[in-house]
Ligand binder design. Structure first.
Ligand SMILES: Cc1ncc(COP(=O)(O)O)c(C=O)c1O
Length: 382
């Protein structure tokens, strides 16, 4: 059975050109970038050329890009180092952040190192800007705001410029988890009022286990991982040269086709929403995901009006038919605790109806959406 892969917010299939570039790197640039001999220097040069390309595309300085093992390490580094090294004592975040942000924040709060404030989230999955401004004006100095750019479950898109300007006005540092947007949106981080951003290559057809943080030069943030002087002392550990090259290659390919892919994905998403509404009356869309202005072109999070027995079997039934999608976020599927994002956005009654997240890449087709809708309709009407 051919799989229909609609779970690209969990991870994306790796581009074949990325695999080729990684294989070549493992063979040609096997040296340790910290070694001073020719093999080491060649590996180091490859790491630095990847850094240069990524920095140029994002409009930042090469030294502002620090390679990490992915989004989780990136978020942890920024938040923990901001507290331990920059003296941050107050952090404003939101209940719909990824656990890579929420768990370190809860940990820092439990240790008595910060006071944590949650901004009010509107039903569309975006923070209430008035509430954010109130918090920023009431909270004393040494503060940081951590709000994600694109929500990984419902797809709402934060206005980084508005939030960043507010942070600057109130002397707060601004961190945004941009894991779901880098590689999908043409972000020019250097031109935005933002201090820290985080990326993960496997969300844009790159390898798993590699990502980067953007750390604005003047912030003074240091390392979370100690034990070596790699990454200019910002992240110890031998660089995964093949992964770094894989990430660079994936980002290049994403940027080459970003405009055309975005246009295609907007059409695919609109078609999916239209067909779900048409064929499964009563289907509603969580957060802002049916509002193309405030949500990403990659995510549809739909709630179905079907009876409880069928609801329980819905995800299982789709899986049996070869459809890969997600119940909540990837890390929630398989757990019984449900999605903390949907718990925030929906009433308990609304949350009883089954919700599914379909997340697309430019490789998905209208025919795949037709098959999905067909299988859903057959299950609902059986
Ligand atoms: C918004 C967001 N932040 C962070 C992460 C964690 O990234 P990684 O899988 O690279 O650790 C994810 C992955 O699901 C995500 O969607």
């Amino acid at each position: 059975m051919d799989l229909i892969y609609l779970d690209n917010a969990a991870t994306t299939p790796i581009f074949p050109q990325v695999v080729e570039a990684m294989q070549e790197t493992m063979i040609l640039h096997f040296g340790n970038p910290s070694s001073i001999h020719a093999a080491g220097r060649a590996a180091k040069a490859r790491v630095e050329s990847a850094r240069k390309y990524i920095a140029k595309e994002l409009g930042v300085l090469p030294q502002e890009i620090i390679f990490t093992s992915g989004g989780t390490e990136g978020d942890n580094t920024v938040l923990q180092c901001a507290v331990h090294q920059l003296g941050i004592k107050h952090i404003i975040s939101s209940p719909i952040e990824h656990h890579a942000v929420l768990h370190p924040l809860e940990h820092l709060e439990a240790q008595g190192l910060i006071k944590l404030y949650m901004v009010k989230i509107l039903p569309n999955g975006l923070p209430d800007i008035n509430d954010l401004e109130r918090l920023l004006s009431e909270i004393p100095a040494q503060k940081l705001v951590s709000l994600m750019h694109v929500n990984n479950e419902v797809g709402s898109v934060l206005d980084i410029e508005i939030v960043g300007n507010l942070c600057q006005k109130h002397n707060a540092l601004f961190h945004s988890d941009t894991v779901q947007s880098i590689g999908h949106f043409p972000l020019r981080l250097g031109e935005l009022p933002i201090d820290f951003a985080v990326a993960s290559a496997h969300k844009f057809h790159g390898p798993k286990g590699i990502g980067f943080i953007y750390v604005r030069k003047q912030t003074g943030l240091g390392a979370l991982l100690l034990g070596g002087s790699q990454e200019r002392g910002m992240r110890a550990g031998t660089e995964a040269v093949h992964n770094i090259v894989g990430m660079e290659t994936a980002l290049r390919l994403s940027y080459e086709t970003m405009e055309a892919d975005t246009a295609k994905l907007k059409e695919l998403k609109a078609y999916c929403i239209h067909q779900l509404k048409e064929v499964l009356p009563g289907t509603v869309f969580n957060g802002a995901c049916a509002d193309m202005k405030h949500s990403t072109h990659t995510i549809v999070n739909a709630r179905f009006a079907i009876d409880e027995k069928k609801a329980q079997l819905l995800a299982f039934h789709l899986d049996l038919q070869g459809i890969c999608c997600s119940k909540g976020s990837a890390c929630q599927s398989g757990s019984e605790s449900g999605s903390h994002v949907l718990q925030t956005l929906l009433t308990p009654l609304e949350n009883k109806s089954p919700s599914l997240r379909f997340s697309f890449s430019a490789h998905n087709t209208i025919a795949e959406v037709d098959t999905l809708v067909d299988i859903l309709a057959k299950h609902a009407n059986s």
